[in-house]
Design a protein around this ligand. Structure first.
Ligand code: ABU
Length: 347
């Protein structure tokens, strides 16, 4: 089914308006990404750091189950009347020395009618968008002449980013500012304001690059986040609907959020539980705060991990209807529902 010529292929201004079109990732032959050791040490769970070597695939049974969970998630979204785009099956990330196609949120951000490809900091991710999403990006451009697709420039592939400065002046991040770098998952949309964080994968040049490619009238504002391991904002804040946002009180304060005019009058709720680390399957690449990495369908409904009873109960107390979907094996390879999607059109 193709949208009519009057239907946009890209048009999203926030995280909560009714979702009409979305990309859902596929794992493919997913591997532990072989980023430089200093980067892995700064961002990945200590217990699993030794696994992040070149040519180190995730266990087959985890990939198989993650793929089935992603298919189930896509089917749920389709049944809700949402148009779902998927990358090709079976991409061999082992042969590509890459990671996976399961986490498109890291590499793409839609702002208004513009879809921007992130200049990834990690060299092992440099072909991820081209290989998994290149055809979808062409399809989106062909479907809607108003869609503006901003591909990342070739020269950013060079790995000039590791900060080997030994002086006391060294900043908090593993990367320097020698070329633009950001992961799109370090940003969230709140109308014409995009809130973001600096991290081990997002530098000032990356923020400037993003700002330069935003549609006119949109601007980036940076949050003050307390997270020495920062990489992605989407387990730190979660807007549930306009005016209501959940946050991780271990990483950000209410005052830091309220300092931004766009959130000044919002109801800001700290997530009230300490998430437990699952034993099986292991969380190889994330903290256990993935309950905040949910996908809001329309400010009333939200997709949540099927077994996460405590979060379901709390989100329902906050007025949401939760749609449960099994996702533990996707969690294991690096993220949850927000990570595994790119919302293309929100009404
Ligand atoms: N991209 C998901 C980030 C999860 C975490 O904070 O560990």
């Amino acid at each position: 089914m193709h949208p009519s010529s009057s239907t946009p292929s890209v048009h999203a201004d926030d995280e909560v308006s009714p979702l009409k079109a979305v990309i859902v990732g596929r794992a493919g032959r997913a591997c532990f990404p072989a980023a430089p050791p200093a980067m892995i040490a700064a961002t990945m769970p200590e217990a699993h750091i030794h696994r992040f070597k070149p040519k180190s695939p995730f266990p087959d049974n985890i990939i198989e189950k993650a793929e089935a969970e992603l298919d189930c998630f896509a089917a749920i979204l389709k049944a809700e009347g949402i148009r779902v785009y998927r990358p090709p099956k079976g991409i061999d990330w082992l042969a590509e020395n890459g990671y996976t196609g399961a986490m498109p949120r890291d590499g793409l951000i839609s702002v208004g009618k513009t879809l921007i490809e992130a200049p990834f900091a990690w060299p092992c991710r440099s072909r991820e968008i081209e290989l998994a999403y290149g055809d979808i990006l062409k399809e989106l451009a062909a479907e809607d002449s108003h869609a503006r697709i901003v591909r990342r420039p070739e020269e950013t592939f060079a790995n000039t980013l590791l900060d080997e400065d030994e002086s006391d002046e060294k900043g908090p991040w593993v990367i320097n500012n020698s070329r633009p770098a950001f992961d799109a998952a370090d940003f969230m949309r709140f109308g014409t304001v995009i809130l973001g964080q600096y991290s081990h994968v997002t530098n000032q040049a990356g923020v400037d690059y993003l700002q330069k490619h935003l549609p006119e009238g949109y601007r980036v504002e940076m949050l003050e986040v307390n997270d020495p391991n920062a990489m992605h904002i989407d387990a730190t804040i979660l807007p549930l609907r306009k005016g209501l946002l959940v946050y991780n009180p271990k990483k950000i304060t209410e005052a830091a959020l309220r300092a931004h005019e766009v959130l000044k009058n919002w109801d800001l709720r700290p997530y009230p539980f300490i998430p437990q680390e699952p034993t099986e399957p292991p969380l190889y690449m994330t903290s256990p705060w993935l309950s905040l990495n949910a996908l809001v369908l329309d400010g009333l409904r939200i997709v949540v991990e099927a077994s996460d009873d405590i979060t379901v109960e709390w989100y329902e107390q906050l007025g949401m209807t939760c749609i449960r979907c099994p996702f533990k094996h996707v969690n294991s390879i690096g993220g949850s529902f927000h990570c595994a999607t790119v919302d293309l059109v929100r009404e």
